[in-house]
Design a protein. Sequence first.
Length: 76
Amino acid sequence: MSIFSIADDKHIPLYRVMWIAATPHFCGEDDCDCEGKYEIRLEQGEAVWASGVDRDEMLKALEHWHGGAETPEEDW
Ligand SMILES: [Zn+2]
């Protein structure tokens, strides 16, 4: 299992990921090239924009990295 996951054509180290957007980006700007992509926020205010597939891979990788069996969702 790699410590990296690919988003936006970059190998992102999992330990640098702060959070991942649950919904795709929409701002309505004509010249926006992040439209429909998911923001992955990194340490130090950086962010990358992932496709839905890349975001799913990133989430899977993070879950695995944090201990596999555990799921981030709470059982209510
Ligand atoms: Zn935008």
